[in-house]
Ligand binder design. Structure first.
Ligand code: MCF
Ligand code: ZN
Length: 328
């Protein structure tokens, strides 16, 4: 399973930082973030809202373009060890340069340089989805969307939104998403994790996204499930994240297979792998074990992911070639 080629569409750059990477940076910068770790050295959080706080505290030690360069390289290398050949990563100008376009360009250049090194050295490709943080509010989202619009291209391919689904309403962010769409960016937003099915409906209607981050609680509204299937809206499903954060109690309870059976396009990602003690290999192994997935399901999610990826057609063709026959 480990070496099979995998496509990952939902992945937060800071959330992929191993605890050791964060601990070393904190030590070098003399920042005390000991409270984010448990006794065994992993990230410690009790629920979703605590997770958001720990995420922000842990990643506060990432302060320079060089830090993001080193992080990106480490993260892509770790992914490549689990067969990940293509990643779309959420990166936020709120964390990289405070929403200032010039500073954002510096961070982006460092991240893209690391991505190019990873492609050369590990065969792992990456694209950036500029991602405002919902609980930071619409003004910051607008600044992020401007950063995205100013840097759209081969590497910066989308605008996303992560964070607390209960903060504000999607319509508050429509200006930012409209600006990004007009600049030629693809669109996705987190919903249907803590916000329930209505939150999925809202990002589709008010932000007009092509993909939904998580989206799994759509399963609670049959009409919405039919709508997602008919319109071909793709869900970036992160089962291990959902189980770790308690959206579902067990892997067997997770609705990913039901969504697939109902005709919804689903993909599989890790979200924030070290936070949730997961990897792409672990996601696939748990799906095989608890949801009875085999070659055909794995081939399908990867094919859907390539179709739904925000990169150019040539890159997609090359990915399809790498996936050809891998799950037969
Ligand atoms: O998908 C998980 C859980 N649901 C919502 N948000 C996040 C997840 N992992 C990180 N985030 C948020 C977090 O609030 O995304 C932002 C963080 O501030 C970073 S996006 C580069
Ligand atoms: Zn996420």
């Amino acid at each position: 399973m480990k070496n099979l080629p995998k496509i990952e569409l939902h992945h937060h750059i800071e959330g992929a930082a191993p605890p050791s990477f964060i601990r070393d940076l904190a030590k070098r910068k003399s920042v005390d973030i000991s409270k984010v770790f448990d006794e065994s050295g992993g990230y410690a959080f009790t629920d979703f809202w605590h997770f958001l706080q720990v995420y922000e505290a842990a990643t506060s030690v990432l302060q320079t373009p060089q830090d993001y360069h080193d992080l990106t390289l480490a993260v892509l290398q770790a992914g490549a060890e689990h067969g990940v050949i293509y990643t779309e990563s959420f990166i936020s100008p709120d964390f990289c340069g405070g929403g200032d376009v010039d500073a954002w360009r510096d961070y982006l250049a460092a991240i893209e340089a690391a991505a190019n090194t990873a492609t050369r050295d590990f065969g792992a490709q990456m694209r950036c989805i500029v991602t405002p943080v919902r609980h930071f509010g619409p003004d910051k989202a607008r600044a992020s969307a401007l950063c995205a619009a100013e840097t759209v291209g081969e590497f910066v391919v989308g605008l996303g939104m992560g964070g607390d689904e209960k903060a504000g309403k999607p319509a508050d962010f429509a200006y930012a998403f409209d600006m990004a769409r007009e600049a030629g960016l693809h669109l996705t937003a987190h919903a249907g994790e803590w916000g329930g099915p209505a939150s999925v409906r809202a990002v589709i209607d008010d932000l007009r996204v092509e993909r939904v981050g998580h989206g799994v609680r759509a399963i609670e509204d049959p009409a919405l499930v039919d709508d997602l299937a008919e319109r071909g809206i793709v869900l970036e499903v992160c089962p291990g994240s959902n189980v770790a954060l308690g959206v579902y109690q067990t892997w067997a309870d997770h609705p990913i297979s039901k969504l697939m059976e109902r005709g919804v396009k689903v993909t599989v990602s890790t979200d924030d792998p070290p936070f949730f003690h997961t990897t792409m290999t672990a996601e696939y192994e748990n799906l095989a074990r608890h949801q009875d997935w085999g070659g055909s399901e794995f081939a399908t999610v990867n094919a859907v992911a390539v179709d739904a990826a925000f990169c150019d057609a040539e890159t997609k063709d090359a990915l399809r070639q790498k996936l050809e026959g891998a799950y037969d």
